[in-house]
Design a protein. Structure first.
Length: 320
């Protein structure tokens, strides 16, 4: 087990997945990914989220070790996506007396995945609390960050935000990669289209005294939290990280869209964006892999594609 513990009372029980090739069957993760789960040990114990079924066995072993013979009182489900709730069924089989905590949408969706004892549930809404003893969780709804049932929770005694997929990043914890290396790619692929929802959550979080962020992927964040929050604020506003910079992102099966995108880059530069326009053909890929792919793609396009659709380019120019 990764020996990351948030505090003596808040323990990490997640698992690394270093054998996965494509996250969600489409995003290359050469450094793997972590499925994070936490346990709060107090008068009552709460398990916060589960892991992907690929890591169920390791997670249950970690959980049993940290519980030390205690029975968990609660399973809190912040997010029902399979990489976080995929082991809920195995958990409930092993610990049938545990009470499941979620919001109304959680249980509407959970019933489609697992059979569970509906009498052993607690349905929470915005601002509700769950007392474990000295630790108290306050629940904050975060719909469409990035699923409709998502919520986060704030533990007030240690000032910890359990942020669900928010502030997550690609990369197994054992790989020890910098957060920012995979965070932008993770954000734009997983959460990026829901900027307004992220902004709504950030406004709620602004009223909390947060000293630690515990996401469901990637490292626990403890220092310079303003940097991470600032990145999410900027990304969710769809603002350029460098003033005047423009990103032209595209995918191109036959090469035509790639040529149109490069033409758009030329048009932007002629019109003066203040900086050279950049293009990124596939934000799913790691930068190093991307560079090789671009060169190969350009060569192939040069051989296969002799002419550009002039009507398309005219339309692009007219819109600038």
């Amino acid at each position: 087990m990764n020996n990351l513990h948030v505090s003596p009372a808040v323990r990490y029980v997640g698992a690394d997945d270093t054998s996965i090739d494509l996250f969600e069957s489409q995003y290359p993760v050469p450094h793997g990914v972590s499925y994070n789960s936490y346990v709060i040990l107090d008068e009552k114990t709460a398990v916060l989220d589960t892991v992907d079924r690929r890591a169920t066995e390791a997670w249950l072993k970690n959980l049993e070790e940290v519980l030390g013979g205690r029975q968990p009182d609660y399973l809190v489900l912040h997010h029902l996506e399979p990489d976080h709730a995929g082991s809920a069924g195995a958990f409930l089989e092993k610990y049938p007396d545990a009470t499941v905590v979620g919001n109304a949408k959680t249980f509407t969706m959970l019933s489609k995945y697992y059979a569970y004892d509906g009498s052993r549930t607690v349905t929470v809404k915005e601002g509700d609390t769950l007392s474990l003893g000295g630790h108290v969780l306050t629940f904050v709804m975060a719909p469409m960050v990035h699923w409709p049932e998502v919520m986060v929770s704030y533990e007030s005694s240690e000032k910890i935000l359990f942020s669900a997929d928010g502030f997550g990043t690609f990369g197994a914890l054992s790989a020890n990669r910098p957060w920012i290396e995979g965070a932008a790619r993770y954000y734009f692929n997983i959460v990026g289209k829901y900027g307004a929802s992220v902004q709504a959550l950030l406004k709620k979080a602004a009223g909390l005294d947060i000293q630690t962020i515990c996401p469901l992927h990637g490292p626990v964040l403890r220092e310079d939290l303003g940097y991470y929050i600032g990145k999410y604020d900027q990304w969710s506003r769809y603002e350029a990280e460098e003033p005047g910079a423009v990103l032209v992102a595209y995918a191109s099966i036959h090469g035509n869209t790639a040529q149109a995108a490069r033409k758009m880059k030329e048009i932007l530069e002629r019109k003066g964006t203040g900086k050279q326009a950049g293009h990124r053909p596939d934000v799913r890929k790691e930068p190093a892999a991307e560079r090789g792919t671009v060169k190969q793609e350009q060569k192939r396009e040069g051989e296969q594609q002799k002419e550009i659709d002039q009507a398309t380019l005219a339309l692009i120019a007219d819109t600038m």
